[in-house]
Design a protein around this ligand. Structure first.
Ligand code: FES
Ligand SMILES: [Fe+2]
Length: 363
């Protein structure tokens, strides 16, 4: 009798739930006073709105009365949001229903779940904890936000990927020369973790070609433009969802480029994420040059990001990867990230993967 081959596909791989932390519900400038926006996030339908007093709020989408979606036709009235269906009004600060239809008494317990919101650094952050527990930390202000910058330039992707895969990309230095035209050399990396912050510093030798210098390499050699451009990159990850990337590069001609990308990841559901990258550069003395530099920087970043998408959209998450020496940083990042899961959750997923390996389902 032949042994039956085990079945294994992406959906049967053990996966981790959404990590606890602060997620971006919307950018501040997307939600003006009186605006109401439906979002799909963290496996739920939610509504982001800003009351007339300027405060941003995030609530569950469905009205406790007869289930209308408050993000579709709901309106801000003072410090409340009004349901489009029968005009019940819910207070932004508490989620409590303060007015029912036709002067009816408000039924007891008529309220809508309100999520903890913290608005800072141009982002409306929403707190996620799988048991609904209160936030036990706050995001610290990001470094260098007080310098002079061009306005943010935003790019949004929605992908079939998990937040763990996208967030771990920072730490996965060995994929960089393999996947990206940016460099052929393994970047040097240092990593420090403290509480909910993971800081890493990397130096890379970026390929001249990645900067889009077209034509014959001989021409650039003749002009004494070096084959690689040194760059220093520092990334601050505040929990899994938020990553601030700061980069210092010395361009040909000695021009110093200072750039920032604020990249954030929000799970839409268990299989999909929305990634938003916001880019900006330090202005140069010449406006037209600043635009060229910003265009170029955004182009390189977005292309590099997109080169990874096919892998994320098709991979499984390995709880216990068959790691080699240059993967130390992924393992260190994962050790830091365990704090964002409930007790036993991470261990459970490890155990499930071990069982699958023993059963010959996983290599
Ligand atoms: S469904 Fe919202 S007020 Fe009736
Ligand atoms: Fe990458």
């Amino acid at each position: 009798m032949t042994a039956r081959l085990p079945i294994f596909d992406r959906s049967s791989a053990p996966s981790l739930p959404f990590p606890r932390g602060w997620y971006v519900a919307a950018d501040s400038d997307e939600i003006a006073r009186g605006d109401v926006k439906p979002i799909k996030a963290l496996g739920r339908d939610l509504v982001v709105f800003r009351t007339e007093d300027g405060e941003a709020h995030v609530i569950n989408a469905y009205c406790p009365h007869l289930g209308a979606h408050l993000g579709h036709g709901g309106r801000v009235v003072g410090d409340r949001i009004r349901c489009p269906f029968h005009a019940w009004e819910f207070e932004g600060k508490t989620g409590k229903c303060l007015k029912a239809a036709h002067g009816d008494a408000v039924p007891p317990r008529a309220e809508i779940k309100r999520w903890h919101v913290d608005e800072m650094d141009g982002l409306i952050l929403v707190w996620f904890h799988e048991d609904g527990a209160e936030p036990d930390w706050r995001v610290k202000p990001q470094p260098d936000f007080d310098l002079e910058w061009t306005p943010w330039r935003r790019r949004v992707w929605e992908l079939k990927a998990r937040i763990q895969d996208v967030a771990e990309n920072d730490a996965d230095i060995s994929h960089t020369p393999a996947m990206h035209d940016l460099t052929d050399i393994l970047p040097k990396l240092e990593m420090d973790t403290e509480g909910q912050i993971c800081d890493w510093k990397m130096s890379i030798e970026a390929n001249r070609s990645a900067f889009g210098l077209p034509g014959s390499p001989r021409l650039w050699d003749f002009l004494r433009i070096p084959a690689t451009i040194p760059s220093r990159i520092e990334v601050r990850r505040s929990g899994f969802p938020l990553g601030l990337i700061r980069q210092w590069s010395t361009l040909p001609g000695g021009l110093q480029l200072l750039s920032q990308t604020f990249i954030t990841t929000m799970p839409i559901d268990n299989e999909h994420v929305r990634v938003v990258a916001r880019h900006r550069v330090k202005p140069t003395p010449i406006r037209a040059l600043t635009k060229i530099v910003l265009d170029k920087y955004c182009g390189i970043f977005n292309t590099t990001f997109e080169e990874d998408i096919t892998v994320w959209e098709n991979k499984v998450y390995r709880m216990r990867p068959l790691a080699s020496k240059s993967d130390w940083s992924i393992l260190k990042l994962r050790k830091w990230a365990r704090q964002f899961y409930g007790e036993g959750v991470y261990e459970d997923a490890l155990r499930r993967e071990d069982e699958m390996r023993k059963a010959g389902v996983l290599p």
